[in-house]
Design a protein around this ligand. Structure first.
Ligand code: ADP
Ligand code: ZN
Length: 299
């Protein structure tokens, strides 16, 4: 390892693109790039080549899932069952590490990475129990509880919690697994199918965002009751409809109906918030995953 400031490699592995960066442990990005997510045989060698040319001391990876995140299990760092068939059962982290001289590496889900990015460098700095939700092509939640990213038996799949379909919903749940889950009722593709246009084209249609915010508020209420987060951060393409924030906040408070009385809920505008790092929360979370792996390896 170099004697000067460590160089941390960061890889945010998404379903459509792979974002790579080299950073210092304080989150200063020195260099970054992105390539499309193609089959692993094609894109993983490109990533190894990029990092190998940049003399990194550790790597942090946050990957699309489902994926194995428990270092004690055989499937650690593997992509598990996924509709992207070339990736199903692929030893992602192992292949990267073998290509990079087995440097220390941290690995988690994409949404846990974003949660860690916000908790380390962003609006949730200093907090230990934080929920990061992305509402985009799918819905996923990263959860930090008492300072630890939540894994459990696999990792949270909080986009697939059951929701009650509204009587005035002209659409349907589009999740192939569930009859009425949050992702199937409220992610980008369900909005598009229900209203016949992409979310970005529906900005002026109040009924779209009234219904959408109903579902989001119902889900957030369940997360609040389950995890007691100190802050909830909402990201992803659908949340670019910022007019939803006041609606979601109001509806969450209505759902809670006075049952909880906390300073956080009393300051709801600072409790349910947009992501704060200019879309860098994911890659910065990877930097922190890499930094932690380096520290652990030196201990
Ligand atoms: P991904 O989830 O694939 O990583 P995004 O978070 O950008 O990517 O989510 C893409 C989804 O968000 C698409 O369904 C798209 O229609 C929707 N979306 C993107 N931008 C907007 C917007 N400004 N308003 C509403 N929906 C949007
Ligand atoms: Zn589902």
């Amino acid at each position: 390892m170099s004697e000067s400031t460590p160089r941390i490699g960061a890889l945010e592995a998404g379903g459509t693109k792979m974002v790579m960066a080299v950073a210092t442990p304080d989150g200063t990005i020195l260099e970054d790039t992105a390539i499309p997510t193609t089959a692993p045989a094609d894109c993983v060698p490109q990533m190894i080549e990029w990092f190998a040319a940049r003399d990194i001391d550790a790597l942090g990876v946050a990957a699309f899932g489902p994926t194995g995140v428990d270092p004690k299990k055989d499937n650690f760092g593997y992509i598990l069952k996924t509709p992207k068939l070339e990736w199903a059962g692929y030893d992602f982290l192992g292949t990267l590490r073998r290509g990079l001289n087995m440097i220390p590496a941290g690995y988690d889900t994409d949404v846990n990475g974003s949660c860690l990015g916000e908790a380390t460098f962003g609006c949730a700095r200093g907090l230990d129990t934080v929920l990061y939700l992305t509402i985009g092509t799918g819905i996923g939640a990263g959860v930090m509880v008492n300072g630890q990213l939540l894994h459990g038996m696999l990792h949270p799949e909080a986009g697939h919690i059951m929701l009650h379909k509204r009587d005035n919903d002209p659409g349907e749940c589009v999740c192939p697994f569930h009859e009425g889950c949050f992702e199937g009722l409220a992610a980008g593709p369900s909005i598009e199918k229900r209203w016949g246009a992409k979310g970005v084209e529906l900005a002026e249609r109040m009924e779209v965002w009234e219904l959408e915010s109903d579902y989001i508020a119902e889900a957030l209420t369940d997360y609040i009751m389950s995890f007691s987060p100190q802050k909830i951060i909402l990201g992803g393409g659908v949340m670019k409809q910022e007019q939803m924030f006041p609606l979601v906040r109001k509806k969450v408070l209505a759902n809670i109906a006075g049952y909880l009385d906390t300073p956080e809920l009393a300051d709801i505008d600072n409790y349910i918030v947009p992501n704060s790092l200019n879309e860098m929360q994911g890659i910065l979370g990877c930097v922190e995953l890499g930094r932690r792996a380096l520290v652990a390896a030196q201990a």
